[in-house]
Design a protein around this ligand. Structure first.
Ligand code: PEP
Length: 240
């Protein structure tokens, strides 16, 4: 299975910045990995226009679970699709932390995304205190069981919260152990189909550490925050 390098641009940049970044990705040349960029919602349409017809897919960073309605400030999955997105990140730790998103809320969003024809990228991961206490597999197992619907057909991202934006990358051994645990959990729940889900790693991935992280068994690619804001770094990870 080809690995995916997904960039989460978070709440950075204006349309001109997004356009420059997307344009810089046009010159990537042939890659052995798939690319996906997830700009802020207001920039999805502009970025999708620039990347149309290229192998670089575009995604959202969140969506609402309802098809439509009186939800001021929210964006539906169909709206993301309409703007040119094919994917959506759901349950990112920053959504779980700052918007109190529960596993149930994430599962409802996954169902909405799938109904709208989007590929959901569901994020799971323990925080620092949970890892210090040795609870990481318990936390991630619970998130997986409750955040994924029975007909899940998307991508997973293991993102230890303590490694996001901190420069503290998980060790290859930690990544290997957790990705194996996630794989086993998926196979227990979904049967042989659980073998096919792609499981990205996210947390301070950089060009310098990408090759070793991407070589870990059961790592299906990377979800990249900070380093996705510079085309050179993002492409450096894709080529690592
Ligand atoms: C993220 O926000 O999903 C992320 C992995 O960020 P960073 O690469 O900056 O750690």
């Amino acid at each position: 299975m080809r690995q995916t390098i997904a960039g989460n641009w978070k709440m950075h940049g204006l349309t001109q910045d997004a356009a420059s970044l997307a344009t810089a990705l046009l010159g990537a040349g042939p890659l052995t990995r798939d690319l996906l960029v997830c700009p802020p919602a207001t920039q999805i349409a502009a970025v999708a226009r620039i990347l149309a017809g290229t192998p670089v897919a575009v995604g959202g960073q969140d969506c609402h679970s309802a098809v439509q309605g009186a939800f001021t400030g929210d964006i539906s999955a169909a709206m993301l699709r309409d703007a040119g997105a094919s994917h959506v990140i759901l349950g990112h730790s920053e959504r779980r932390q700052y918007h109190a998103e529960s596993d149930d809320a994430v599962r409802a969003k996954v169902l909405a995304a799938q109904a709208a024809g989007l590929t959901a990228i569901v994020c799971v991961g323990e925080n620092d205190a949970e890892r210090q206490a040795g609870w990481e597999t318990g936390v991630v197992g619970k998130q997986l069981n409750a955040s994924l619907p029975d007909d899940f057909a998307g991508i997973l991202a293991y993102e230890p919260v303590w490694a996001i934006g901190t420069g503290r990358t998980a060790t290859e051994a930690d990544v290997a152990a957790m990705h194996l645990f996630i794989r086993q959990t998926l196979v227990r729940r979904f049967g042989p189909a659980g073998e096919a889900f792609s499981i990205l790693y996210g947390g301070s991935v950089r060009p310098a550490n990408a090759a070793s992280l991407l070589a870990v068994p059961h790592v299906g690619g990377a979800l990249v925050g900070g380093a996705s804001l510079k085309a050179e770094d993002f492409l450096g990870i894709a080529r690592a």
